[in-house]
Design a binder for this molecule. Structure first.
Ligand code: NDP
Length: 292
């Protein structure tokens, strides 16, 4: 392997340490940041994600509540539940774990979250702010990618960023954040013609596809930075990314591993967004160093 490993776990730890100090400062000012996580049904992967998020909160002093609701819940009941959290002064951030069971409308539920508690940043208004100006709650995964690059001293300004994936939670907000920082952005998806050719032109290649080992080494321009957002579970139970790591790491200048790359950053950014939500309620500001 010739590429430098971008160690997301280590970088996330660095952010968590900072956030821990900020949480203590907020607590000293009388605000104990609180995050409510709502999970509907019994999808095992979602349960693991929710547990990890709650554990991460507790580890830095954020009060977390996990609300596990039955998959039989109706749309109206779920929205009423979210509205109760909206009105709860101890809850500063609300996260509804997606995807919801099929009979529920993800979009309608997200839109029921109070704008200033939307720590996932998926509400229409916060997504719109991301496009036009700046969202107070940039979506955690793409924001984590940006913070990781910044931490490693990798500028995107003037670079060609190619993003594979156009989902609302990763691909599109990633493109917006890259664009804001001066990258020339190409967004690829399942209808893209000549995908490998597009990828070979990337200075920064972000894969958010959901297909194991999809991006091959010869799709990577020598010296490019490769960010692997994908999380795929193989038949033997192990996790791997969307990028063929063994091949791509021979060509790239820097690369994220899976696991231990973007995943830990996503959780760290959720903590940051929750702190920001808590601080905003009291009109407090958080040190620039704490919540960038
Ligand atoms: P989605 O399924 O919503 O989006 C996948 C995207 O990949 C779509 O835009 C799709 O195109 C595109 N795509 C699928 N097949 C191809 C193909 N053959 N060629 C080109 N593009 C293709 O997934 P998400 O964005 O939610 O997640 C992507 C991956 O990232 C998953 O593995 C997920 O588990 C992981 N993830 C990781 C997180 C982390 O914290 N590390 C957080 C969130 C997600 P089209 O739109 O045309 O269908």
């Amino acid at each position: 392997m010739s590429a430098t490993l971008i160690d997301g776990k280590r970088i996330a730890e660095h952010f968590r340490e900072r956030y821990k100090l900020q949480t203590a400062k907020l607590a000293a000012a009388g605000v104990v940041p609180g995050l409510a996580v709502v999970i509907v049904g019994d999808d095992p992967a979602s349960q693991v994600y929710v547990r990890n998020k709650a554990r991460a909160c507790e580890s830095i002093g954020i009060r977390s509540q996990v609300h596990a609701l039955p998959s039989s819940i109706s749309q109206a009941e779920l929205i009423a539940f979210v509205q109760k959290l909206n009105a709860d002064a101890e809850v500063h951030g609300i996260l509804v774990q997606l995807p919801l069971p099929g009979h529920l409308d993800d979009r309608a539920v997200i839109e029921s979250i109070a704008l200033d508690k939307d720590v996932d940043g998926f509400h229409y208004a916060n997504m719109g702010r991301l496009v036009i100006d700046e969202s107070p709650f940039p979506p955690c995964t793409p924001y984590g990618v940006m913070q990781m690059l910044r931490h490693e001293g990798i500028s995107v300004d003037g670079k060609h960023a190619v993003i594979i994936g156009r989902s609302n939670i990763v691909g599109k907000p990633q493109a917006m954040l890259m664009l804001k920082e001066g990258a020339t952005v190409t967004i690829c998806h399942s209808r893209t013609q000549g995908l490998a050719e597009h990828c070979r032109r990337a200075d920064i290649l972000v894969a958010a596809v959901g297909r194991a080992n999809f991006v091959r080494g010869d799709w990577v321009k020598p010296g490019a930075v490769v960010i692997d957002v994908g999380i795929n579970r193989l038949g033997d139970g192990t996790l791997c990314g969307d990028v063929h790591f063994a091949e791509a790491s021979q060509v790239a200048s820097a690369i994220t591993p899976v696991p231990g790359g973007v995943g830990p950053m996503t959780i760290a950014m959720l903590l940051g967004n929750t702190l920001r939500a808590a601080a905003r309620v009291r009109g407090l500001s958080i040190d620039e160093a704490g919540v960038a």
